[in-house]
Design a protein around this ligand. Structure first.
Ligand code: URA
Length: 440
C-alpha cells in the first residue's frame, strides 16, 4: 500500500477500506507518512466526506493508536463531556468540577485551540503550573484521588489525534464532519469514560453552520460511542454569538471562576447546568434532568463546585493562590474599549469574527507549534438583544502588542449588526439527542 494512492482514492471520492484507513493513520502516527501527505488526505476527506463505516474505522484506529484506558478499577462510572468547538466555550472548567463535586468522577481528555475557537488545555495552561501532559498512571491516580482529571493528548493516549489535530488547525481542514467526529470520539474512547455528553455547537462561532449538519454530527458521534458500549447523548447548542462574555484563555478562566462562585453570565451558567444535568442522568444518579438541576444549582451557589475546582487545579500542579485571586492570572499590557458608533439594539454578534480577532491577538495559533498568549482576548459588553447608545463600549480588547491590537481592532469593527427595534434573543439550547429521560 502507498500513502499517495490512498490520498488519490479519497480525492476521487472513493470509499476507503478499513485496511487503508489503518495503514494511513498508523503510518502517519509512527512517522512513515509525512505531514504534507496527511494534510492532503485531510483536505480530501473534508471535500469528499466519509461514510459512517469509514468514520467509525477512523475513530477506532485513532483511539487505538495509543493506550485505551480501562478505568473500571477506579470507578464503575466515569463521565466525560466534549464540545465540538465554539467561541467563548469555557464550559469544561465549570461542568467538570460541578459534576465531580456531586460524586460522579470526571476523566477527560481535552484539546488545544482549533482554528478560530479556543481549547480547554490552552485555557488551563494560563494557570501557572497546571500539568496537562499526564502519563496513564498519573491520569488514573488523579482520578482516583480527586474524582476529576483533565489532560491533553499525549504520546500514550490518542497520539494520532494529537498529531492530526495540530495539522488540521493550520491547514483549513477543521470543518469536516468525519474528522471532527473521529477526533472527538477517539479521545473520548481512549480516555476510558463510559458516560459521554457531547456539546454540539451550531452557528457562526462553530465549525458547523447549520442545524442539519450539527444533528448529523451528533448522531454519528452517538452511534460511534454506542458501538463501543458508551452511554452517550448530545446537546445541540447555539453558537451564533460567543458563549458568555470573555473570549481568550485567561479571560475565560476568570469568567468560569465567576460561574463557579455562583455568578457569571446567565447563558454560560444555564448551559453548564444543562450539560451537567444530562451527565447526571446518564450516570444514573438522578432520574431526570429537572430532578438533578436543583442539586447542581445548590452546588454552584454554596461553594462546593468552586472548592472542587481549586482541589482539581492544585492536584494537577496549578498554583492555588492564582485561581483564588484571579487578578493574578496573566493580564495584557494594552486594554482598549471599542465604542459603539450608533444608538440601537444589537441584532447580531459575529462569533467567528470575534474568534478570528482573538487569534490575531495571539490567543490561538497561526502555524503548528506556535506558543499562545494566555493574557490576550476580548470581553463583550453587549450581546444580541441589548440596547446600546452611541459611544458606549461594545467590547474591551486585551492585547500585548500594538500591531496585533490594530489588526484585531480592524477585524472587530464588523462584528456587530444593529437594528432599530429590539430583536429576539437567540434560544441557547436547540435540542437534546439521546437523553435517557426524554420520555419521562
Ligand atoms: N474538538 C476536537 O477535539 N476535535 C475537533 O475536530 C473539533 C473539536
Amino acid at each position: 500500500m502507498r500513502a499517495v494512492d490512498i490520498i488519490a482514492r479519497k480525492r476521487d471520492g472513493l470509499e476507503l477500506t478499513s485496511a487503508e484507513i489503518e495503514f494511513f493513520v498508523r503510518g502517519f502516527t509512527e512517522g512513515r507518512i509525512a505531514d504534507y501527505q496527511a494534510s492532503a488526505w485531510c483536505m480530501a476527506v473534508l471535500l469528499r466526506g466519509m461514510t459512517a463505516r469509514e468514520a467509525t474505522d477512523l475513530t477506532l484506529t485513532m483511539a487505538y493508536s495509543g493506550h485505551v484506558l480501562d478505568l473500571s478499577s477506579v470507578a464503575a462510572v466515569v463521565a466525560d463531556k466534549h464540545s465540538t468547538g465554539g467561541v467563548g466555550d469555557k464550559t469544561t472548567l465549570v461542568v467538570a468540577p460541578l459534576v465531580a463535586c456531586l460524586g460522579v468522577p470526571v476523566g477527560k481528555m481535552s484539546g488545544r485551540g482549533l482554528s478560530f475557537t479556543g481549547g480547554t488545555i490552552d485555557k488551563l495552561e494560563s494557570i501557572p503550573g497546571y500539568r496537562a501532559t499526564l502519563t496513564e498512571a498519573q491520569f488514573k491516580r488523579q482520578l482516583a484521588g480527586h474524582g476529576i482529571v483533565v489532560a491533553g493528548q499525549s504520546a500514550e493516549l490518542a497520539p494520532a489525534d494529537g498529531q492530526l489535530y495540530a495539522l488540521r488547525d493550520v491547514t483549513a481542514t477543521v470543518e469536516s464532519l468525519p474528522l471532527i467526529a473521529s477526533s472527538i470520539m477517539s479521545k473520548k474512547i481512549a480516555a476510558g469514560a463510559n458516560v459521554i455528553v457531547l456539546d454540539v455547537k451550531v452557528g457562526s462561532g462553530a465549525f458547523l453552520k447549520t442545524a442539519t449538519e450539527a444533528e448529523q454530527l451528533a448522531e454519528l458521534m452517538i452511534a460511534i460511542g454506542r458501538s463501543v458500549d458508551r452511554r452517550v447523548a448530545a446537546v445541540i447548542a447555539d453558537m451564533s454569538q460567543p458563549l458568555g462574555r470573555a473570549v481568550g484563555n485567561a479571560l475565560e478562566v476568570r469568567e468560569a471562576i465567576e460561574v463557579l462562585q455562583g455568578g457569571g453570565p446567565a447563558d454560560l451558567r444555564d448551559h453548564c447546568l444543562t450539560l451537567a444535568s444530562l451527565i447526571l442522568v446518564l450516570a444514573g444518579t438522578h432520574p431526570t434532568q429537572a430532578a438533578s438541576r436543583a442539586d447542581l444549582e445548590r452546588a454552584l451557589d454554596d461553594g462546593r463546585a468552586w472548592r472542587k475546582f481549586v482541589e482539581w487545579i492544585t492536584a494537577q500542579g496549578g498554583v492555588p493562590s492564582v485561581v483564588e485571586q484571579p487578578a493574578r492570572l496573566p493580564t495584557a499590557r494594552l486594554v482598549e474599549d471599542l465604542p459603539s458608533p450608533r444608538d440601537g439594539f444589537i441584532e447580531q454578534v459575529d462569533a467567528q469574527q470575534v474568534g478570528m480577532a482573538t487569534v490575531l491577538l495571539g490567543a490561538g495559533r497561526e502555524k503548528k507549534g506556535d506558543a499562545v498568549d494566555h493574557a490576550v482576548g476580548v470581553v463583550l459588553h453587549k450581546k444580541v438583544g441589548d440596547p446600546v447608545a452611541a459611544g458606549e463600549p461594545l467590547l474591551t480588547v486585551h492585547a500585548n502588542d500594538s500591531d496585533r491590537l490594530a489588526a484585531a481592532r480592524a477585524a472587530l469593527l464588523d462584528v456587530f449588526h444593529w437594528s432599530e427595534t429590539p430583536p429576539p434573543r437567540p434560544a441557547h439550547l436547540h435540542r437534546i439527542i439521546g437523553a435517557p429521560d426524554a420520555d419521562r
